[in-house]
Design a protein around this ligand. Structure first.
Ligand code: BGC
Length: 783
């Protein structure tokens, strides 16, 4: 744990609690308390809808994959620059539910508040707020809010408001608003983007209020996508003289109901909120779908949805939870759970959507999907919720056509090049040195896919989709480089950017060359597997992709002759061919306030000419393919990169922690892990308001499981190399592997493996084969 930083919220095992309301921290807290289910995302804003300005809050409601486009303005555009942007669009807000006690509106900014708490219940997937409010005129009421975004019904968010008058009987009015005059806060959340979206982007098509429901439909100005949403209301605990009354405008609809409340008895409003878009079903069916889905949710009631939410969360935590005991363990435990909770919430599960770097928690990075999903998040799901991993891969498969077109634009006659940043599958990065040049995304996707296949053994997936992705990504590697005479005929890849965004358009980025070679190897392996086991599928692919044996021969030649930069003097793999020639970085020349913000304060050329690195790059490759290197080699490289890496990306420290574990640098491993575990919960980067850092959140799971426990799945072997940080007494976690669920508990001097589900499992510890033959069977290994 970063000891200098005091925890923002009380340290609790399963909850995150805010104990007082303060505008100053609102923007950040909106991300902390954001809820989503991979489809709908909503920020942790309040039902009272306070008038936060652009620096104190952002009402945000998103649907994964739903975006607005703008024509991108370039000062000087090059051929192939994306012409249209994609921004996750902020959608109409329906959470607003104001409460009137006789003639006084409830607000936390007037009157007095007692017993306030807002708590994220990570075990149950519910957000709760409760307080006792005394109005300026002395009316006292207990008010409770509950909110969930349902995992059972992907289109549904539900809110429950309970008001109990404590010292009066009288009228309580609920005023529920559907607010469609919304816009993205692009200037604040993506300040370097100058093309928007600015202003309101949804043109209203209809807004209706009927019975106890509100319904809205609107179409985006440029991407021409239709969003639809509706909400329904049910009040209990009181006699109501009249039904709901509506006030319908062009951009907002209000539903009002007045109830008679008795002192001491609760009046409850249950509100169901539903979102859908024409990315999911034809626009003309949206209205019927929303109304039907609302009905279904009403029948289930808030309580019913809460129950299924709890059950879903229970299943997730049963596999994904990591338990630790020892020094600092409570704070780290809370950080880990917070991270896993947000990862679970953020990942698209419908096969049509991916996961934004910020999940669905904010507008940062325009809501784009990056390699973060495949390299950081997907491995966590592969071992804990493989179905979700498969759906994330499905999304990439579904965008192969756009990736093929992109490859043609980049001059590759065959194959597919996945976009660096995207929502709809097309490239959306506007600065190619930090964008499209990151060709490694192709190999990252191939890596994640191969990991999925190895860990799950899902051969059908290989046949249906996997082999095609592997072949198409490999083809670009076979075309992008050349067997360079000046490098002894080795295969070189020039003008690419590796993961490290401070060294761009480099020749022979070590990570890229390594990952490309393994991508080719996996593609070749897939083709060989099909040749042996399913000639029909191979024949289909050959025809579909116009693919021949000549190509695999070339792949083998590249695999055998891939070039890697090497520095004889230090015996390390430099980041790229030019890295050792660059000027050593002198941090003392950089004023402290500018150190973490180099691109904001220095010309890119100044940054790129220095020998330093923003984030884990070569080291990441060595972690993923650790079986290809000796420990001594990894240690030398780690020592070298330790000196030159600035960790200016949140994606860095978790990886260094894993590699430090691998080479027995236990203290450093623990220090790095600790820096990652509470990075968002304690807002180390001071930008949590714009959304979560999903990659790091997932990276902390990896830092324990792949780091301390040394898990790898390489060459179809599941391997462990367990260690225990000296600060801890024990830790435990579970993994899914093929049909098995394995529990691993590591304590002082021993690691215990228990087969909780499945008939049999084989794995390796330090090269020794272990086989547990029966369900419930155990193996204890001295460490
Ligand atoms: C990192 C990238 C990452 C992106 C989104 C950048 O700062 O350098 O590696 O994909 O953030 O998280």
């Amino acid at each position: 744990m970063n000891m200098e930083i005091k925890p923002i919220y009380p340290v609790e095992p399963w909850t995150i609690t805010e104990t007082s309301f303060d505008r100053k921290y609102n923007y950040r807290n909106e991300t902390t308390f954001s809820l989503s289910n991979g489809y709908i995302g909503t920020r942790g804003t309040f039902e009272e809808a306070y008038d936060f300005d652009i620096d104190t809050g952002l009402e945000g409601n998103f649907v994964n994959g739903f975006y607005e486009s703008e024509q991108i303005r370039y000062g000087e555009a090059n051929f192939g620059s994306p012409l249209f942007s994609q921004s996750l669009l902020n959608l109409p807000n329906m959470k607003e539910t104001r409460v009137l006690l006789e003639d006084e509106w409830f607000t936390m900014e007037e009157g007095t508040i007692e017993d306030y708490s807002r708590t994220l219940h990570m075990k149950d997937g519910v957000l709760k707020r409760s307080l006792v409010w005394t109005s300026p005129r002395g009316r006292k009421a207990e008010i409770r809010f509950q909110r969930l975004v349902s995992f059972e019904m992907k289109n549904i968010m539900a809110i429950r408001v309970q008001v109990t008058p404590l010292n009066f009987s009288g009228k309580i009015q609920f005023r529920s608003r559907l607010q469609a005059d919304v816009e993205n806060h692009t200037r604040k959340t993506n300040p370097i983007v100058d093309y928007g979206p600015f202003g309101r982007r949804l043109e209203p098509l209809r807004l209706e209020g009927e019975g106890y429901r509100l319904y809205y439909e609107g179409i985006t100005k440029n991407s021409r996508l239709t969003a639809a949403c509706g909400c329904s209301h049910r009040v209990s605990g009181s006699e109501c003289e009249t039904g709901w009354e509506f006030c319908i405008g062009e951009l907002e609809g209000t539903a009002v109901l007045t109830a008679e409340a008795k002192e001491g008895s609760a009046v409850v409003l249950e509100k169901m909120l539903c979102y859908s878009t024409d990315l999911d079903l034809p626009a003309e069916d949206l209205r019927g779908f929303i109304l039907d889905t609302l009905k279904e949710a009403e029948q289930k009631t808030f309580g019913g949805l809460e129950k299924s939410q709890k059950a879903y969360m229970g299943r997730f935590w049963n596999t994904a939870d990591i338990r630790i005991q020892g020094k600092d363990s409570q704070a780290l435990q809370q950080g880990l759970r917070f991270n896993l909770f947000h990862i679970l919430q953020s990942a698209g599960r419908d096969g049509r959507t991916g996961m934004g770097a910020k999940g669905l928690s904010g507008e940062g990075y325009e809501g784009h999907y990056f390699w973060d999903t495949e390299m950081y998040v997907l491995p966590v799901f592969v071992y804990t919720e493989p179905e979700t991993a498969r759906r994330l891969l499905d999304y990439r498969y579904g965008t192969l056509e756009q990736a093929r077109e992109r490859a043609r634009i980049l001059g590759h006659e065959k194959g597919a090049l996945f976009p660096w940043r995207t929502i709809n599958g097309e490239e959306a990065s506007t600065y190619y040195p930090l964008g499209t040049a990151q060709y490694h995304i192709n190999a990252d996707i191939a890596y994640a896919l191969s990991l999925y296949l190895q860990v799950t053994g899902d051969v059908d997936y290989l046949k249906e989709k996997g082999a095609e992705i592997l072949i198409e990504t490999a083809r670009v590697w076979a075309d992008v480089g050349s067997f360079a005479e000046c490098k002894g005929g080795r295969y070189c890849i020039c003008s690419v950017t590796g993961p490290d965004e401070y060294n761009v358009l480099v020749d022979n980025n070590f990570y890229t060359n390594l990952m490309a070679r393994e991508n080719l190897r996996d593609a070749k392996g897939a083709v060989e597997y099909l040749a042996r086991h399913d000639r029909e599928v191979l024949a289909r692919l050959k025809e579909k992709l116009d693919f021949s044996e000549e190509e695999w021969k070339l792949w083998q030649r590249i695999i055998d002759h891939m070039y890697f930069p090497y520095d004889e003097a230090r015996q390390v793999y430099p980041l790229d061919d030019g890295f050792m020639m660059r000027r050593p970085w002198d941090e003392s020349r950089i004023p402290e306030e500018k150190r973490a913000w180099l691109y904001e304060n220095y010309h890119p050329l100044f940054i790129m000419r220095h020998r330093m690195s923003k984030q884990a790059d070569a080291i990441l490759g060595m972690y993923l393919h650790s079986h290809l290197f000796t420990k001594e080699e990894i240690r030398r490289n780690y020592d070298f990169y330790q000196e030159v890496t600035l960790h200016h990306s949140s994606l860095s420290t978790c990886i260094f922690g894993i590699v430090a574990s691998d080479i027995g640098y236990d203290d450093e491993a623990y220090r790095y892990f600790s820096q990652s575990a509470r990075m968002d919960l304690d807002d180390y980067h001071h930008n949590f308001y714009a959304g979560i850092h999903g990659a790091n959140m997932a990276g902390t799971w990896q830092a324990v499981v792949n780091g301390f426990a040394g898990l790898r799945c390489q060459e179809t072997r599941l391997k462990f190399s367990p260690s225990l940080p000296s600060e801890w007494e024990s830790y435990s976690f579970k993994l899914r592997y093929k049909r098995a669920l394995l529990r691993i508990g590591v304590s002082r001097g021993q690691a215990e493996f228990t087969l909780e589900e499945g008939e049999k499992i084989t794995f390796y510890i330090g090269g020794k084969e272990i086989c547990i033959q029966e369900n419930g069977g155990r193996h204890v290994e001295k460490i």
